[in-house]
Design a protein around this ligand. Sequence first.
Ligand code: ADP
Ligand code: MG
Length: 769
Amino acid sequence: MKIETVKVAGMHCASCAYNIKKVIGTMPGVKMCDINIATEKGIISYDEQKISIDQMNQEIGKLGYSLHSQEEKSNKHTNHTISDDHDHAAMDLLRSKEDKLQEIAELKKNTHFVFPVALYIFLWMTWDVISHYTNVLPMFPISMDVMNKILFILATPILFWIGKPYIVGALRFFKYRVANMDTLVGIGTLVAYVYSTMLLLFPEIKAALNAPEGLYYDVTIVVIGFITYGKYLESTSKLKTGEALEKLLHLQAKSATIIRDGKEIEIPIDDVKIGDVMIVKPGQKIPLDGVILEGSSSVDEAMITGESIPVDKKTGDTVIGATINKQGSLNVQATKIGTDTMLSQIVNMVENAQGSRAPIQRVADQIAAIFVPVVLVFSVVVLLAWVLIGSQFMPLTQAFSLGLLAFVGILVIACPCAMGLATPTAIIVGVGKAAQHGILIKDAESLEKFHTVNYVVMDKTGTITKGKPEVTAIIPTGKNSSEKEVLQYLASLEKLSEHPLAHAIVSKAQDLSIELLPVKDFAVLEGKGLQGTIQNREYIAGNTAFMESINLNVDNNIIETFSQQGKTPVIFATQEEIIGYVALADTIKDDALETVTQLHRLGIHIAMLTGDHKNTAEYIAKQVGIDTVIAEVLPQHKAEEIQKLQKAGYIVAMVGDGINDAPALATADVGVAMGTGTDIAIESAAVTLLCGHISKLPLAINVSRATMNTVKQNLFWAFFYNIIGIPAAAGLLYPLFGIILNPAIAGAAMAFSSVSVVANSLRLKTKKL
Ligand code: ADP
Ligand code: MG
């Protein structure tokens, strides 16, 4: 079984995507086929032994579509290395942009020819109507007879040259019984043209039918004119929806200055190897992710993390490729290249998310799939109804004439285009906008779920606090132990732990130049503490629960004092007695209070979830205004706490660093990971906030809310056009008001429904959040 992403050419609307899916999905050997109209890409999983992309192309080629394997291109290159991949992804994107630009140029040329004609005729039609019913304007100076001949001359090239895709679409329907938007427009305009030409060339028929003076050439011209113009507008704006991703791609540095054999040389970015030392002068772009070996500076990371204030960096700090070194000169050792760099991963994630399908789209897709055939049948039914029922109330010829008008009108107004574009265009803009602010969203589903969140659970250490605690007090309680001794033994033990508390204790010992001792039989007890043997004696360190579990008597006064001050107590003991207590204080993040305030303003309840002491947690929660504290929870029970909230009916987002809260992140409706350093891929997270900026959380929720609002508006308008348009075109208003929607106006409305949907999605880009 092979899963392949392909580019899809020849699609115009959601029913195209459906047609392709239907044909390929039912071919033997194909397991799954998903086509995205907005990204013009498809994912197909198939058995290579049974079927190939070429064979699929043969089938859908008949319908005017084609699939383009992306592998073909990259395999042509001989030296296929990992770093090539990124390049190809970028090249592909840029190449497909070129294709699109060419398509747009073509549409523009056509528009220049047809739109002025359509507009002129549209005005003439309006003049005609006004002069007929009012005295405001004199009768149009050219007689109807002459006008019909002029229109014939104009309509012919417009239909058969500019409107060729629609004619082809109509013919395809008669040949293969597959219909899309082109089919509807094609049949509609062709019928109007053929009918008019018949009456023009054979006046006897016209007389026999007792047909009205005006023919329907204007319908053909105006519909094709407006739709061509609409498509042109739609393609240009659709291109703009993807700009965020393109900007990210262009951030990639082209070359790097590295030291080889003691000399500085400039080499292409793809030739840099892990371990190479890159020289970055002030004002230059840092070429790739790495660690500073020498120098200090401040770095502008706004393009990646969305953080506008430059970040101070010194020797030993990590830097992100594509960020800008402000003032100092830096020697940076490359740690990631090719597809592993942070930028590459971001681009990849954004691209995947933009191409993914939001659950809300399902309804629109289902409707779009049956819409075209239903409309075709409906239009014929309406024509028959006019002839059969209408003729009871008016002469048959007039009923037929109006029925034909209704038939054409329904075909041109009922296009599922806007429906198909409603969701994906907004998702593309929303995901891109989030990425520009340093918020990475895994897929459209996560984005959709995010907007319903009404309960946020935050991990304490590293999420609300900086995760860099410091030792503030040491109280020795052993028979003959000193402060120094407690620190020496405890730090020796903690040296082997990765916990933030451990780092703090070890660095305190180092500050005081205390020598550490060797440890044997070391073990970590997650969420409780640790144990090990020093100089043949067993020691343990950890929290109250841990001490009580082995029947040691904890001095509650000391614990109370520490925890009331918001400090985390760590107890150090042997199996027999407690030797000392250590207090550790972590600082609250600068943006924590503001974040909580903003979340409250969004109507969201906030809880803190931690393994720390209840008092300590409460103290910190109070400082930042958190509503609920869930403390002293073992790592393995964190997911259960989330489930409890879900059972109570909340839609829960869990924010954590993914270290011991991965199961909780995965359990939550939306898992939000605090990104640190240059790793962005936290598997269990639906959303990643780059560089640990908790203040991005309300922004992320706002982006998702705004995006989903846009989707809903889009869907509303897309359906609204049809709900109002179809009955009006069918002539439902005729018995009441004597009006029937002119097909030319129907065509214009249809064209602008798609344009307005894409334009509405684009509004998201500039929306202030
Ligand atoms: P959090 O929920 O804040 O991430 P953890 O689940 O990692 O907390 O740890 C819970 C508690 O267990 C800590 O507050 C501490 O009391 C104790 N603990 C965990 N690891 C250590 C350690 N290495 N040294 C001392 N105490 C520890
Ligand atoms: Mg933690």
